[in-house]
Ligand binder design. Structure first.
Ligand code: UD1
Ligand code: UDP
Length: 351
């Protein structure tokens, strides 16, 4: 079976690393990896391939940055060319980025069966580009791999249960696979020069970076938090902050880091403040309370017992959450048993 896997952005490299490892261990499967080039900086792309032993992409479209239409359009053309040349039995897309949408459209229009990993997530906020990408992808896909029961319910509600399977979350597989690195103490993946006690923060979602009021509120909230804050900065956010913002003195900005370094930073943090989808889950997997600086979350399973607190960009809510007690309640299972990639492979072989 020939599969073309399509990736392009940081979280997709991390998800594909896990699935690819399992697919490539099966002689019956030939995986071709296509990188759209949506993310291209060394520390937004290459570092993940190197660190997670992801095979080098067979194709890199090098589309780079641009408006939604520009970026998606370039990808669509490039992906179509590759799919026509490779004639795969199926295409695999991940998550909800523009690379996901382009891969889904190109594949479906060529009548190549399409499988979607991390299907069924919904924020019910159509202002998010990711919500449009995932709704369209799920609607046109042939196989939907749902990471949580909430995702199953969303897809069932949309009449898609016949093509949906619960797989668990490949990012949970990943944390389990690397747990010795993450929980162990080799210095290799530690971040030098950061405070010994800190909150870990990331910000990159358009709903924050593209709305100055939200960015100002978040930075104001950070200035009121009594802890140091380590902020590995997404290039999108770096560009925005270079304009007219004052960075509070307790915020330590560092370059984006690799996955294992990020997991160590999460493991050692007091709490996590983020608008990332992936980091909300990783905080949960590593038993760190997460403060989600968005107006909603798709990862409902993380909300129980205040393991994840949704604050939007409201400075009072962020500060209160940062100062709240750390949860002691046991966490619920809900992201599978760490074998999501194997389930995905098994279902793909049914095609
Ligand atoms: C994209 C995804 C988002 C995901 C995020 C993961 C879409 C619509 N959004 O957002 O869902 O959460 O990736 O990180 O697909 N840039 C660089 N170097 C890079 C990559 C980006 O400088 O290697 C800068 C460019 O100025 C670019 C901006 O970041 O314009 C935004 O990049 P883009 O890929 O369009 O969206 P993300 O914000 O990364
Ligand atoms: N991440 C990383 N280095 C960083 C910031 C994030 O490796 O400097 C990881 C993070 O741990 C998670 C993934 O990137 O695994 C999430 O990507 P991002 O937040 O960019 O996208 P989202 O999940 O919101 O789509």
């Amino acid at each position: 079976m020939k599969i073309v896997s399509i990736v392009g952005a940081r979280p997709q490299f991390i998800k594909a690393a896990t699935v690819s490892r399992v697919l490539r261990a099966n002689d019956a499967i030939h995986e071709i990896l296509l990188h759209t080039g949506q993310h291209y900086d060394e520390n937004m792309s290459d570092v993940f391939f190197r660190e997670l032993n992801i095979p080098l992409p067979d194709y890199n479209l090098e589309v780079g940055s641009g408006s939604h239409a520009e970026q998606t359009g370039l990808m669509l053309k490039g992906i179509e060319d590759v799919l026509i040349r490779e004639k795969p039995d199926c295409t695999l897309v991940y998550g909800d980025t523009n690379s996901t949408l382009a891969g889904a459209l190109a594949s479906t229009k060529l009548h190549i069966p399409l499988a979607h990993v991390e299907a069924g997530l919904r924020s019910f906020n159509r202002a998010m580009p990711e919500e449009i990408n995932r709704m369209v992808t799920d609607r046109i896909a042939d196989m939907l791999f749902a990471p949580t029961q909430t995702a199953i319910e969303n897809l069932t509600h949309e009449g898609l249960s016949d093509i949906t399977w619960f797989t668990g979350d490949v990012m949970f597989d990943s944390v389990l696979y690397y747990q010795d690195w993450i929980l162990g103490n080799p210095d290799k993946y530690k971040t030098p020069g950061i405070p010994s006690k800190y909150l870990l923060a990331t910000i990159h979602r358009a709903e924050n970076t593209d709305h100055p009021e939200n960015m100002k509120n978040i930075l104001h909230a950070f200035s009121m938090i009594s802890h140091e804050i380590v902020l590995p900065i997404h290039p999108r956010t770096r560009k925005i902050l270079q304009s007219s913002y004052t960075i509070p003195g307790n915020v330590h900005i560092i370059d984006p880091v690799g996955y294992l370094q990020m997991m160590k930073l999460t493991r050692d943090a007091i709490k996590v403040l983020t608008d990332s989808g992936g980091l909300q889950k990783e905080a949960y997997f590593l038993k760190k309370q997460c403060i989600t600086m968005r107006t909603e979350t798709e990862w409902i399973e993380t909300l129980h017992d205040n393991w994840n607190i949704v604050t939007g960009s409201d400075p009072v809510l962020i500060e209160n959450a940062a100062n709240s007690d750390i949860p002691k309640a046991l966490q619920h299972p809900g992201f599978g048993d760490g074998k999501s990639a194997a389930i995905i492979m098994e279902k793909l072989l049914l095609l």
